[in-house]
Design a protein around this ligand. Structure first.
Ligand code: FAD
Length: 322
């Protein structure tokens, strides 16, 4: 029997997010049965996104393209997605563990009466069982879970699972007519947070994070320069956000974003457990702090004891000339 898995594509500013390609890879790993993978794209003027995704190895791209889907609205998106789920007859639905994925996936699970496993960082097969690994206790331990029945819903943490490469096959595009839901809310204005860079923090391969040690909004400037040279994104501790040095959109940690870049550079961050919860899975951690006793050094692969305002510009210069 062939099972069918639906991946929910995420996009921003007219581009497909990397986590979509990772979710397609995850879909291939999520079953031992013969399977087909389908993709759901919801948005407005999504033609170029369909073009971008048509060779990603999926069988069908179900798209709902409507002005009312331009901005994320849980009622509109969940209704639209349920239409696609019905059409695709899927047994599993996969989202990125992103702001939208975290909001939308439980609505879909409840609608489908499905079991959900969230924030998956790895997928393994043992015998004929598929095990999904996810962090627990703020990243201090991992658990492995399995689904015992269908339908199921999965969210995968960005930057942890391999992305699919383009294939020779071309997906069929099925346009689904948008059915306006009896929505209690409407989006009046989309407030775009001032961003320090073009790269999405959750998907960045390099993150330069600033803490209370940066001392001011201007104190983030050397971090932004380093992020620019390394092609990375700037993040922050809650200490820096609470002090109003930067926007809460940059906050990393238990109550902020979870990041798993290849390189994480913590500048003037003490390493409180709530911060560590959001970055401990980074592949390489570098800490710059003038206090040799700072807890962040216990976690760091490399530590630089020094003033970040001296160290960060030196690193920027070195990487620029490298
Ligand atoms: P501090 O702890 O004040 O550390 C500043 C560091 O900068 C110090 O180690 C100091 O030595 C160093 N420093 C100062 N000047 C320099 C310099 N010139 N050069 C180099 N180093 C310098 N925090 C988060 O980050 N994310 C969360 O999601 C989060 N969620 C929370 C949820 C709850 C329920 C609670 C109670 C707390 C939460 N916190 C969170 C807050 C957390 O406990 C810490 O207070 C916070 O992480 C501290 O931020 P910080 O490391 O920037 O500041």
């Amino acid at each position: 029997m062939t099972s069918s898995i639906l991946v929910v594509a995420e996009h921003q500013n007219g581009s497909v997010k990397q986590v979509t390609y990772e979710a397609i890879y995850a879909a291939n790993q999520s079953t031992t049965e013969e399977h087909t993978i389908h993709l759901a794209i919801i948005g407005y003027e999504v033609g170029s996104l369909i073009d971008e995704l048509k060779n990603s190895g999926v069988e069908t791209i179900y798209s709902i393209d409507h002005e009312e889907c331009q901005h994320y609205n849980p009622e509109v998106y969940s209704r639209a997605l349920m239409q696609i789920i019905e059409q695709s007859q899927c047994e599993g639905v996969i989202f990125g563990h992103t702001t939208i994925g975290r909001d939308l996936s439980p609505i879909i699970s409840a609608n489908l009466d499905a079991g959900q496993i969230s924030d998956v960082t790895a997928i393994h097969q043992t015998g004929d069982q598929i095990l999904f690994t996810r962090p627990i206790y703020a990243g201090k331990a991992f658990e492995q879970k399995a689904f015992t029945r269908t339908p199921w819903v999965l969210t995968i943490r960005p930057n942890n699972i391999q992305a699919v490469e383009d294939t020779e096959t071309t997906a069929e595009n099925q346009v689904i007519e948008y059915n306006r839901p009896d929505s209690l809310r409407t989006v009046i204005k989309n407030v775009v947070q001032k961003s320090t860079g073009k790269i999405d923090l959750a998907e960045a391969k390099v993150v330069i994070a600033g803490g209370r040690g940066v001392k001011s909004t201007d104190g983030f400037k050397p971090l932004e320069d380093l992020a620019h040279v390394l092609g990375g994104a700037v993040g922050a501790s809650r200490g820096a956000c609470d002090a109003d040095y930067c926007d809460y959109a940059l906050q990393i940690g238990q109550t902020g974003k979870v990041v798993t870049p290849e390189v994480y550079i913590a500048c003037g961050i003490s390493g409180a457990i709530q911060h560590v919860a959001g970055m401990s899975q980074s592949r390489l951690i570098i800490a710059i702090n003038k206090d040799p006793e700072a807890p962040i050094f216990k976690l760091a692969d490399y530590g630089i004891i020094g003033d970040l305002f001296e160290v960060v510009p030196l690193l920027t210069e070195e990487f620029r000339n490298a």
